[in-house]
Ligand binder design. Structure first.
Ligand SMILES: *Cc1c(COP(=O)(O)O)cnc(C)c1O
Length: 348
């Protein structure tokens, strides 16, 4: 058996879903204009406009780090700052790329329960210093769902939007798992983005089932001025753009983006329910999308690793993250659960 076939480390360990692959193959007939001047790119960008019910500007990048960094750089001058949660990917997992791309815009870190910024925390940071010696707050960055697998409700988003309005801040949304948020919240993509004040969204295709590719969507079109040049300069303009845009169209047009997300969320819910049945197992954060964060005894973690299960434990001592994706299977979840039960029984 191949232990690496189905895992719980990340949704970017999964493969390409059939719909994305099918459209990639379709786009591989003959030649097409380069640099995004092809019909796949036109169709995919039009589809985003339809999906979000607004005339937005759409760009594509190779990965999430580039999408986040370049979009933040578009919202900031080098003397500005970006308010984000201390666990935000832009802070912890992008090797300083947001600061690099923006020529030094500083990230200001806020704390907040369950990985979420609050309107109060944002306001406290904005008011902490208002003098010339401190980088001027310009952007609020929120991750939906958060790095801890939780969701901002519409009410929470709207409260943040009000603070943004009060202090003239822009809102950036890291949507690495945006599809999972839409699926879990039962709200339209428009409702949880521009209608809740989001100026720019980084919508991740990779974790949703593509080989690679992120859509950067500017709802506030004036912020997208010359963004195509910024992408090109950063080495993020794909010459064979159709192999990013065609699979995107595949996800969108067939509904696979939501199907994949809904399925991954359901898998996480299943895993959560079964884990809660096991004595000695405790959830760390509310399970709201496709990630399950659970406290397991050290010896159980060792035992799972010895059996070659793949998962992250970066969240602190005893904390384990199990991430579900479009290709998670029930049989693998059941095997994982059996191994957890066996390891716990051994330790008692
Ligand atoms: C995966 C992820 C990204 C993108 O990461 P890349 O490796 O650069 O594609 C961005 N934000 C969050 C929250 C993520 O989980």
């Amino acid at each position: 058996m191949n232990n690496y076939l189905e895992q719980f480390a990340s949704d970017n360990n999964s493969g390409i879903c059939p719909e994305a692959l099918e459209y990639m193959i379709r786009a591989n007939k003959g030649s097409a204009p380069a640099y995004g001047n092809d019909e796949w790119t036109q169709k995919a960008t039009d589809y985003f406009r339809e999906l979000f019910e607004i005339d937005c500007e759409v760009f594509f990048a190779f990965n999430g780090t580039a999408a986040n960094s370049l979009s933040l750089a578009a919202l900031c001058q080098s003397y500005h700052s970006v308010i984000c949660h201390e666990t935000a990917h832009i802070e912890t997992d992008e090797c300083g790329a947001p600061e690099f791309a923006s020529n030094g815009s500083k990230l200001l870190l806020a704390q907040g329960e369950n990985g979420k910024l609050t309107a109060q925390a944002v306001e406290a940071i904005v008011n902490k210093r208002t003098d010339i010696h401190y980088p001027k707050p310009k952007v609020i960055s929120i991750t939906q769902p958060t790095e801890l697998g939780t969701l901002y409700s519409i009410e929470e988003l709207v409260r943040i939007k009000e603070v943004a309005k009060k202090y003239n801040l822009k809102i950036h949304m890291d949507g690495a798992r945006f599809a999972n948020a839409v699926a879990a919240m039962n709200k339209s993509p428009a409702e949880i983005t521009w209608k809740a004040g989001v100026d720019v969204l980084c919508f991740c295709g990779t974790k949703n089932g593509m080989a690679l590719g992120e859509a950067i969507i500017f709802f506030n079109k004036s912020l997208a001025e010359d963004f195509d040049y910024r992408c090109k300069q950063a080495g993020q303009l794909a010459s064979k753009m159709r192999f990013i845009s065609a699979p995107w169209l595949g996800l969108l047009e067939t509904g696979a983006w939501l199907k994949n997300a809904r399925y991954a969320n359901q898998c996480a819910q299943y895993l959560e329910n079964k884990l809660l049945d096991i004595e000695g197992v405790e959830m760390m954060f509310p399970r709201e999308a496709n990630a399950v964060f659970v406290k397991l005894p050290e010896q159980v973690i060792h035992s799972l690793k010895a059996k070659h299960w793949l998962f992250y434990t970066f969240i602190g001592v005893g904390g384990v993250r199990f991430m579900c994706s479009w290709n998670t299977t029930q049989s693998r979840m059941d095997e994982l659960l059996d191994d957890i039960k066996a390891a716990i029984a051994q330790g008692t």
